[in-house]
Design a binder for this molecule. Structure first.
Ligand code: FEO
Ligand code: CA
Ligand code: CA
Length: 632
């Protein structure tokens, strides 16, 4: 495949191109199921201008029409500008960007070279994603994921647009992982506190401990780690979580794209194939300089990635811990809640077409002020089964329910375990967010062009179903569920769709979206989600920004706010060209909202933020109100 073509591919397109689903799937069976579901849905779900707001079952009463809107700002219109747009009365500035020095012995970002191995190790990482703010007294510590790199940008100084030598690979590895930075506000503007004792870079080479059921399992053993208990690095850190005991959860997503084989005849195992690990990487070239990434030499290395990693952001010398109890898949984020009895509940999405939605419940209970450091080490992992009647259940993944040999194996080959129990295939589960004001949770199902068309990578059929009601779903939806008995630990739930995104200007029928989508607030591909303390839901998009055809009028990627009670949605922010909006957190005083602007110019069409002919750079922006009031 030509390099330019691979650079322009999204991760899921890369996976699909290299790892087509098994040919032996019974397509006639799929068609039968699709047709039968369609007739069910035809009777119960309506779309478009005359549709229900909520989908199959209305969990909330319709609001009184006279109720005042809680979204007290003037909606931002879509645009295709190469900058950030926020509502009147709000301002934004950059708090941190790719390549900003974190220590005084680093080197300021060099537009020509785009950095070196050493400068990147001492600077803020690339393509920031999920993040969370922590407070130590009046000091603000921001933990930020650095998900991946756009090769042609970070290696734009190379003819090939790829890593060409060992230092390029060192730079690339150092641009990944997590940046922990102290930030401070001076004269209204936030910036990194250079040389803060809290500052830390965690990269693809940082030593970590493997904990939980899979620790020490044969599938995790390598020549460098014959015990299967320690591992180097975390990469493709997508969304995040934050625990009540003050730790940061970083979520390893598309880890498969970093492996290749120097032996072209190497045959990856079926289990590796299920995760999209093959003989060709996504263009990083790490395998050429580090045998860990050559699967013909280190076939177990991919089994050591794809986990939730717990980090203590207050202790820069602490060892990050990979929590295998929370399963191995393409982790999007980790939404943490407490069960009625104090056990810890973590909702987890697996972002790939036709993969699943999970929940972990800890064995131990959270104790405020107590030692909670091992709560994520042991517990039960569940996967969601949705019924078309608005109900659903969580199915425990155990040796008995899956037929697999051990809990360790379930925690390593979690996708295979979930397939074994017949979990509901979903339209790419992205972020989950829990409402702080009542026991309910929301999940973005970003899009899935394969819905009703072909099975997932494990051969599970993907017929249209209740929470995934549109064939060839290009716009995405947000599903939400109410746990039975008001307890996140419950085995059962009721669900509905908070919104089905669409384009009511171009389309009629299902592609127009649900009735809380209109010509003024329309969007596609919901991804990042976050609740503020007032119970409003912030929705970030990572979608199609071509602004024509079915997406005409939707402009650049954006951030919206939704009211869970009324279904009202308004656009709050539009990002620069070719970016996605991802990552959201607040200052302790709730007067600043931090938002991530990721991969501006991923196709070469942006010079955000500096303009001119500058290198586009991902940024964390700070948004404040001009009247200095609270912002969520
Ligand atoms: Fe990294 Fe599914 O987004
Ligand atoms: Ca995402
Ligand atoms: Ca996405």
């Amino acid at each position: 495949m030509p390099k330019t073509e691979k650079e322009l591919m999204s991760f899921d397109e890369f996976d699909e191109c290299r790892n087509p689903p098994p040919a032996e799937t019974d397509f006639s069976q799929i068609v039968d199921r699709v047709v039968s579901r369609r007739s069910f849905l035809g009777a119960s779900v309506a779309f478009g201008a005359s549709a229900f707001v909520m989908g199959t079952t209305a969990l909330r009463p319709a609001p009184a029409s006279a109720a005042p809107s809680r979204l007290a700002f003037k909606q931002v219109a879509t645009n295709t500008l190469d900058t950030v747009t926020v509502p009147e009365g709000y301002s934004w500035h950059i708090a941190a960007k790719w390549g900003d020095p974190m220590w005084s012995n680093s080197i300021p970002f060099d537009e020509e070279t785009r950095g070196t191995g050493i400068s990147q190790e001492l600077s803020f990482g690339d393509n920031n994603d999920g993040m969370a703010m922590f407070a130590d007294g009046d000091r603000n510590i921001l933990a930020v994921n650095n998900e991946y790199t756009n090769r042609s940008i970070i290696h734009g100084n190379r003819e090939s647009g790829l890593a060409e030598n060992a230092d390029d690979v060192r730079k690339s590895k150092a641009a990944h992982g997590v940046s922990i930075i102290e930030v401070e506000q001076k004269d209204g503007r936030w910036s990194i506190v250079v040389d803060s004792p809290y500052n830390r870079r965690i990269t693809a080479d940082t030593p970590m401990e493997i904990t939980g059921p899979a620790r020490g399992h044969d599938l995790l053993k390598t020549a460098a780690d014959p015990s299967g208990t320690t591992v180097l690095g975390t990469y493709n850190n997508c969304g995040n979580g934050k625990t009540p005991w003050g730790t940061y959860l970083t979520c390893e997503e598309n880890f498969n794209g970093y492996y290749a084989s120097s032996d072209p005849d190497n045959k990856p195992s079926d289990a590796l194939s299920r995760y999209g690990v093959g003989n060709e990487d996504w263009g990083y070239n790490w395998w050429k300089y580090d045998d860990r990434f050559d699967i013909s030499k280190t076939p177990n290395e991919p089994n050591r990635h794809g986990y939730i990693v717990e980090i203590d952001p207050m202790n820069p010398t602490s060892t990050p811990k990979k929590r295998t109890a929370l399963g191995r898949f393409k982790h999007e984020n980790a939404a943490v809640a407490l069960a009625a009895d104090g056990r810890v509940v973590v909702y987890l999405g697996d972002d790939e077409r036709g993969e699943f939605l999970y929940k972990f419940i800890s064995e131990g209970k959270y104790a405020a002020g107590g030692n909670n450091s091992d709560l994520l080490e042991a517990g039960t992992l569940y996967v969601a089964k949705f019924s078309d009647d608005g109900k659903g259940e969580w199915v425990a993944l155990t040796p008995a329910s899956t037929g697999m040999a051990s809990q360790a194996e379930i925690c390593i080959h979690t996708r295979i375990a979930a397939s074994a129990v017949g979990a509901t295939t979903m339209d790419r589960p992205e972020w989950v967010a829990c409402n702080p004001n009542r026991v309910e949770a929301y999940c973005s199902l970003t899009n899935n062009k394969n819905r009703g068309v072909k099975p997932n990578a494990g051969g599970d059929a993907t017929p249209v179903n209740g929470p995934n009601p549109r064939e060839k779903n290009l716009f995405g939806q947000v599903v939400r569920w109410l746990p039975a008995g008001g307890d996140h630990a419950s085995d059962n739930f009721e669900w509905d769709l908070f919104v089905t995104a669409g384009n009511p200007v171009v389309h009629t029928g299902p592609e127009a979206g649900s009735s809380n989508v209109n010509a003024d607030n329309m969007f596609n591909s919901p991804d990042g989600l976050g609740f503020d303390t007032t119970g409003l839901l912030w929705i970030q998009t990572d979608g199609n920004y071509k602004n024509k055809d079915g997406f005409a009028g939707q402009g650049n990627n954006q951030m919206l706010v939704g009211d869970p009670d009324t279904g009202e949605i308004k656009r709050f922010l539009v990002g620069p060209k070719e970016c996605e909006i991802t990552g959201i957190t607040w200052s302790a005083d709730r007067k600043t909202l931090f938002v991530g602007i990721q991969h501006p110019g991923e196709k070469g069409g942006s010079h955000y933020p500096a303009g001119g002919s500058s290198v586009p750079r991902s940024t964390v922006i700070a948004i404040t109100r001009d009247d200095n009031e609270l912002i969520g």
